[in-house]
Design a protein around this ligand. Sequence first.
Ligand code: IPE
Ligand code: IPE
Ligand code: MG
Length: 268
Amino acid sequence: MKDLDRLAAPGTPERELLDRLAPESLPRHVAIIMDGNGRWARQRGLPRVEGHRAGIRAVRESVEAAARLELKALTLYAFSTENWKRPRWEVRTLMALLKEYLAKELRTMVENNVRFRPVGRLGELEPEIQESLAHAVEVTSANTGLVFQIALNYSGRAEFVDLVRAATAAARGGTVAPEDVDEEWIAAHLATAGVPDPDLLIRTSGELRVSNFLLWQIAYAELHFTPVLWPDFTTRDLLAAVADYARRERRYGGVVEPGHETGEEADQ
Ligand code: IPE
Ligand code: IPE
Ligand code: MG
């Protein structure tokens, strides 16, 4: 039973929107490129890091909304392998905010039955951050609800490089044969193994690009771009994206027309 009252109060436009959504039209996995923190701060004459600080509310709200919608997975892009190019102070603040977030939000994750799963080259993060991440993973490991993946020191290409390295090492060791490598094998060896591919990819701040995020996994994701800057992103914006997604017709290269079934049945 979805916790709709806590997601959108009865009588509000968001609740009406939610009540009209058929459960089967909801995405299973939503991925978000959280963008626009710097511009949000600049608009207010504040240092960029204040935008990151303000963005934490939007993270908290999105995780809670995804849990209440009973999505299977939510993946948030928090730090890309390219973000190391930023000023040292900004990188340090982002890491400090992450630690603060984990310390504060762990209880809420447990209460909401959320399983936490960081994805990315975690071994290159500061040991202290690695410890906080490992602790959050451990504390939430028995939870059975939303899988909350946070992409940290992540990029789709780096993930692919790591996969090819693992595959070639396994081939050399004789544990995998070339013919064993198919799409299922690849999906099972990516950082996101075990969760369905994102059905819906949201990017805030009006930028129209994917910036090296989940390149394999978004092959057939529906894309939703919003001009809202990440610190201003609310449950209402998430619901609007989900409602937009629910109206899409997904074809996966096939044909969806009355009388035309897609795939093998069409030939029979
Ligand atoms: C997104 O906001 C946060 C991260 C990439 C960590 P930005 O910091 O990219 O904000 P803009 O794009 O400069 O406004
Ligand atoms: C993408 O945002 C990365 C994250 C949200 C973590 P960026 O702000 O780094 O992307 P570009 O540089 O505008 O493509
Ligand atoms: Mg940006």
